[in-house]
Design a protein around this ligand. Structure first.
Ligand code: SAH
Length: 583
């Protein structure tokens, strides 16, 4: 039983929501709060107090007996923002209760015990079918008990606090059934084989299998399903790992095939006869060539996306056979997330970036950026950090890890695609990996927000680093921006070894803009030591600029208004608004 105690109207409202949701599990304790807590503590396995933690600490302190016997106590604050696991996190189940209560009330569960702070993704949240001892293995992960990870097939899993045994038996076609990984103890096994989970084992079923199907007109769904079922069983493969049925376009509406895909709960993918005819197969034949224009349907459709043919073409048992099938194992595709961390402040790191950091099992980045987000990573994340200047190596490493089937996050400050790692990485990457881009707040935007609204009209960013770009090219672009009257933000404006480029670039702009043109200099935007200066083209002090800085130069319309840098939207803007208003 869960005892519920509240003192205020807001607390009572939240309490009543819990009571309504769990009528069988909860009991209200009214009257003076101290008495209510004492009674609930004595009578219930768990207690939820809609009170400040301080108040509850004072009330339960004299009642505490020991970890094994105390009820689990959860506090929910007045505003319903947090569900705090206060006492009995494990033994009393308060950690779990805090999560449940949080889920129900929209409050954030606060759990401070060590093993729960390990922050492990639920095995049922990995997006893959799971079988076996889910509860026991989850518990082991939470408790820090060693769990082995046996990956028979590659799949880009998030980081898990496990001992990775890297089996990678791609070539094992797998026959018959077996149990256990032989390691003893707790294990997570990533497999598409038809094995029975061991006592302390969880099976994760990645969708690696593609079943190619050929069919005569009018074939019954049962015949297709029996054929597919037999093929998987004989090859020792699990139906839970079937990703799709594949066939030729001409059979896209064949009722027996459509129904079979539906019953297996997988999509039906179709290809044109011409596409299929180009696939090299071990068992071509004349019949489908005559009927649909390709010498192979089942094998070709299964093999078209690449992979290893585990079951060559076989026919259904009916005479004449109405269906053929073939099974291919596709290599798991690795995942490369290109994640921009924003300019520095934690609250300018997007929730999506955070989610991708937690989705990854391998993190690649510059050491100083890794330090910035290390606390967000899941335990078990493999961190591959390197120093300044190792860009190409980082790009290559990230791509190689993704190609090995891992979930990789390649990080960069600001936006990962702006003067950062995304382009060198994608220049290396082939189409055998999935790529996910997460935009970040780039320095020009962070600085713009500090300065006012300097980017209110057309603007350009220009990097003044001539390490990889010849100075003539940079100068040509600065000149073009000057002539086009674009607001310009200079990245990489000045370093110890590169001190003449910024004055030179400013001089070019000055040929086209008044000496009074506003210039914003922002250093460490959004970081603790942020500083900014609003000055003019005539007065800007290039010597005060370094590599932590961006310099934004206004266009001919940019003004300083109330100490802020403002680029108007254009002359016609206000006229148009007036027109709209009078319409
Ligand atoms: N990908 C980054 C840019 C990398 S180039 C982004 O999108 O912001 C590095 C340059 O960015 C630095 O030399 C500096 O000019 C600028 N920069 C990055 N972060 C900054 C910050 N917080 N404040 C000011 N300038 C910054």
């Amino acid at each position: 039983m869960i005892g519920l105690i509240s003192a205020t109207a807001a607390g009572a409202a939240a309490r009543d929501r819990l009571a309504a949701a769990w009528p069988e599990r909860t009991r209200l304790y009214g009257g003076p709060v101290a008495d209510a807590v004492r009674a609930a503590f004595a009578e219930c396995e768990q207690v939820v107090c809609f009170l400040a933690t301080g108040a509850v600490v004072r009330l339960v302190a004299p009642l505490l007996g020991g970890k094994a016997s105390d009820p689990g106590v959860v506090c929910v604050d007045e505003a319903g923002r947090f569900a705090v696991s206060l006492v009995g996190g494990h033994g009393g189940g308060a950690n779990e209760l805090a999560r449940e209560v949080g889920g129900l009330l929209g409050a954030r569960p606060v759990v401070t015990t060590a093993t729960d702070a390990v922050d492990v993704p639920g095995l049922d949240t990995l997006g893959l079918p799971v079988e076996g001892a889910v509860a026991a293995v989850s518990r082991a992960l939470l408790d820090g008990t060693p769990v082995a990870l046996d990956r028979e097939v590659t799949w880009p899993l998030p980081a898990l606090p496990v001992a990775d045994t890297h089996t990678y038996t791609h070539t094992r076609t797998g026959t018959g059934t077996g149990t256990g990984t032989g390691t003893g103890g707790y294990a997570i096994r990533v497999t598409d084989r038809d094995v029975v989970p061991g006592e302390d084992e969880v099976l994760l079923r990645p969708p690696t299998l593609v079943v190619g199907v050929g069919a005569s007109r009018g074939v019954p769904a049962e015949e297709v399903l029996e054929l597919v079922g037999d093929a998987l069983r004989d090859a020792g493969l699990s139906a839970a790992s079937v990703a799709a049925l594949a066939t030729v376009d001409a059979k896209a509406g064949e009722p027996g095939v459509v129904a079979a895909a539906e019953r297996l709960g997988v999509p039906l993918v179709t290809y044109s006869a011409a596409q299929l005819a180009r696939v090299e197969v071990p068992n071509p034949s004349a019949a489908p060539l005559a009927a649909v224009g390709t010498p192979s349907v089942a094998e070709a459709a299964a093999l078209l996306g690449g992979g290893e043919l585990l079951v060559p073409k076989r026919k259904s048992a009916a005479r004449p056979a109405g269906a053929t099938c073939a099974v291919v194992r596709r290599p798991g595709r690795g995942r490369l997330a290109l994640v921009g961390l924003g300019p520095g402040a934690r609250d300018l790191l997007t929730p999506r970036a955070k989610a991708e950091l937690r989705r990854a099992s391998v993190l690649v980045g510059l050491d100083q950026y890794v330090a910035q987000i290390r606390d967000l990573l899941r335990p078990g994340t493999r961190i591959l950090e390197s120093g300044l200047g190792a860009e190409e190596e980082r790009a290559r490493t990230a791509v190689a890890e993704a190609r090995a089937g891992h979930a990789v996050a390649l990080i960069g400050s600001g936006d990962a695609g702006v003067y950062a790692m995304a382009s060198p990485a994608l220049a290396e990457a082939s189409d055998d990996i999935d790529v996910v881009g997460v935009p970040g707040v780039t320095a020009a935007l962070a600085a713009g927000a500090v300065l006012g609204a300097p980017l209110g009209h057309d603007h350009a960013s220009i990097s003044l680093s001539d390490l990889h770009t010849p100075w003539e090219v940079i100068e040509r672009r600065v000149r073009a921006a000057a002539e086009a009257d674009l607001v310009v933000t200079f990245y990489n404006p000045r370093s110890r070894g590169r001190d003449w480029q910024l004055p030179r670039a400013l001089a070019i702009l000055a040929e086209h803009r008044a000496p009074t043109t506003p210039v914003g200099v922002v250093r460490n935007a959004s970081r603790p030591d942020e500083s900014s200066q609003l000055t003019t083209l005539a007065e800007v002090d290039a010597a005060a600029v370094d590599m932590m800085t961006v310099v934004t130069v206004g266009n001919t319309a940019t003004r300083r208004i109330a100490g802020r840098m403002v680029t108007p939207r254009g002359y016609r803007w206000q006229d148009t608004r007036q027109e709209e208003e009078t319409r």
